[in-house]
Design a protein around this ligand. Structure first.
Ligand code: CU
Length: 156
């Protein structure tokens, strides 16, 4: 196959643009994510991917429902999978005033406050504190919610 001069020039431009786009995508590794929670006791995602290159990673939680935080409140808590049950039990005892997280719970990597419909909350942490060989989960610690509202974290 032979290309004309014009076709060659066009190819170079196209490939150059593709290269640039790829580099931009890599440079802009997203260091935040927005997770939506609903009145139907669900998160809109089952997995959060966390680039190791981020110095700080932020999870924004948005309650897209209308119910109050006492009835259908949600938070988002990150811990090792092995710690989930303990964090939930102690969080339940801590109550809604503590956003269902035991104060200074060392097992908790990050946690938002409990929010109601129409509200938002955020939490940030340094991905380097995650053990690369560990399995981490996120869940809502409002009593009874974690069985439906949970997912996994993945370091990328
Ligand atoms: Cu919840």
């Amino acid at each position: 196959m032979r290309f004309t001069m014009k076709q060659c020039a066009q190819l170079l431009v196209t490939m150059g643009a593709a290269c640039l786009l790829q580099q931009q995508a890599q440079a802009a590794a997203s260091c935040d994510v927005t997770v939506e929670a609903t009145d139907a006791m669900t998160f809109n995602t089952k997995e959060i991917a966390i680039p190791k290159s981020c110095k700080s990673f932020t999870i924004n939680l948005k309650h897209t429902g209308t119910m109050s935080k006492n009835i259908m409140g949600h938070n988002l808590v990150v811990s090792k999978q092995a710690d989930e049950q303990g964090v939930l039990q102690d969080g339940s005892k801590a109550g809604v005033s503590k956003s269902f997280v035991k104060p200074q719970d060392a097992r908790v990597v990050a946690a938002t406050t409990v929010i109601g419909g129409g509200e938002s909350a955020s939490t940030s942490f340094n991905p380097s504190q995650l053990d690369a060989a560990g399995s981490y989960v996120f869940f809502c610690s409002f009593p009874g919610h974690a069985s439906m509202m949970k997912g996994t974290l993945k370091l990328i």
